[in-house]
Ligand binder design. Sequence first.
Ligand code: TYD
Ligand code: MG
Length: 457
Amino acid sequence: MAKRKTKFVCQHCGYESPKWMGKCPGCSSWNSFVEEMEASGNRNKHTFNVGRNVAHKPEKISSIQTQQEPRVTVEMREFNRVLGGGIVAGSLVLIGGDPGIGKSTLLLQISAQLADKKLPVLYVSGEESIRQTKLRADRLDITSDLLYVLSETNLFDIAKQVEEIKPSFVVIDSIQTMYKEEISSAPGSVSQVRECTSELMKIAKTNGIPIFIVGHVTKEGSIAGPRLLEHMVDAVLYFEGERHHTYRILRGVKNRFGSTNEMGIFEMKEKGLREVMNPSEIFLEERSEGASGSTVVASMEGTRPVLVEIQALISPSAFGNPRRMATGTDQNRVPLLMAVLEKRVGLMLQNQDAYIKVAGGVKLDEPAIDLAIACSIASSFRDQPTRPDDIFIGEVGLTGEIRRVSRIEQRVQEAAKLGFKRVICPANNLDGWTAPDQIEVIGVKTVQEALHVGVSR
Ligand code: TYD
Ligand code: MG
């Protein structure tokens, strides 16, 4: 009998080594190696061996027929949007998120909506018994006939059930509980997660079934059992939100069939997730008008503009080293914008603490929010409120110039729709479009000009 070989695998990045190491050469993390058994020679004995005999030949690119990917849409339009217009046949989609954020709830609701369209769905839970899943379904008022639930963690058995039921849609909840018998390491380890995912990929591609995989996120913020999962699947969606808030955001970070950075917004209610159709209203709901340090920006989230409040609190620093903190946006932009305000506008900010917060728990990272941050800082520093019906849009350059942003027309339309009266935006953006009548558009060239219009004394 052949000797079984073992190897050591880094649980963070998947680096393999024949010997144990303290520090991973791949990702520099410490003490991350775990001994795993090398898969034995006949590892494909049990695997789902379909499609192996189909040999592909190279084809001329000009002769390849293109068609739109066939997509299935669900009732939740926010969900379709994040996927780029619906679920693509044969796609493998990973949904990541913190435990308890609502991944199982979301996927059970989606499954039910598909089953209601007469499409058989197989919902595999490795974490909950079928009775627990049933209890959840009762809470969500799900009674679909074509929704099959299975409590199973052995991937080979799951593959058999897929063959038998021939579902149109499969959910695997979660990938960290699944295992293949041939691999001796524990479920959730790098090898198991990797092998199970590639097996699921095979099932999805050869049968044309879309498969959704749930993946938990570790404390460090990557999908547990390494990033390599993200490279293998067709799309990666993150389901995020603060546990203390009821709003949840589904965000695309990778999508082979559509644009990324799309965002779907949901609210967790007593009876499951409800989609939110007009996010701007929610993000502005709790805004206290007339307070200093608050501005509103129209930011693009994918193809949709959302209005979000940006708050700043500037207060004298008690220590020699002033603090600069930001939640919901890039930490590094704050000192940069403060330096611009100091040098180009003459605000004495060097001995001030600065706290920036994007309200509502969203994350914004596009440069078009610069001007709103700068104006919030100036407004708080001077204790001078901005007008509650002003919107600030623009990227700030190092010389204090206001730079052009994309899709200005859509942003302004959204602002007008929500009753804002003035838009302060880059002067370079003014050509080639017309603003709605009820909103005044003010083009500015420098931060100084913007402050003069928006935060004047
Ligand atoms: P769950 O889907 O189990 O999270 P995950 O699969 O991401 O771990 O969500 C559980 C949370 O959602 C739990 O705190 C209860 C809450 N919840 C509701 O508020 N309403 C509901 O209808 C359901 C089913 C759950
Ligand atoms: Mg769950």
